[in-house]
Design a protein around this ligand. Structure first.
Ligand code: AMP
Ligand code: ZN
Length: 114
């Protein structure tokens, strides 16, 4: 069994509220939502941080943004606006070391983030 929480959700050994899945990308609801819509979009492939992305992962990152666009429309936040954010490393607040892109929307989002 994988020791990575998000690998566990991807594999289905850990419960997650999955809202999208294809062969390379999975999206599920954040367990501690910071906005009315807060979804985490992750690659099926385990990659620890953004710094670990390889040249071969360029297509995968594009696919993640395509899923973000699709979910923003499906979740009804596309028109008003939304944010996609990925934290990298301790100072940015990364707590789970399987890269994930937060899709946030459904309220006004302040800038810059804290
Ligand atoms: P980050 O701080 O950028 O690493 O984000 C990690 C996110 O994972 C946080 O927003 C957590 O609320 C979320 N999270 C932690 N455990 C789970 C889980 N079991 N299912 C869904 N989301 C989770
Ligand atoms: Zn993982």
């Amino acid at each position: 069994m994988s020791e990575c929480l998000f690998c566990g959700i991807v594999e289905g050994t850990i419960n997650g509220a999955v809202v999208y899945r294809d062969e390379s990308v999975v999206a599920f609801k954040d367990i501690n939502p910071r906005a009315p819509v807060h979804i985490l979009i992750v690659p099926v492939k385990h990659i620890s941080t953004l710094l670990d992305l390889a040249e071969e992962d360029q297509k995968l990152v594009g696919e993640i943004y395509s899923v973000a666009n699709r979910l923003a429309k499906e979740q009804g936040i596309a028109k008003d606006g939304f944010r996609v954010v990925a934290n990298c490393g301790a100072a940015a607040g990364q707590t789970v070391f399987h890269i994930h892109f937060h899709l946030l929307g459904g309220r006004s989002l302040s800038w810059p983030p804290g």
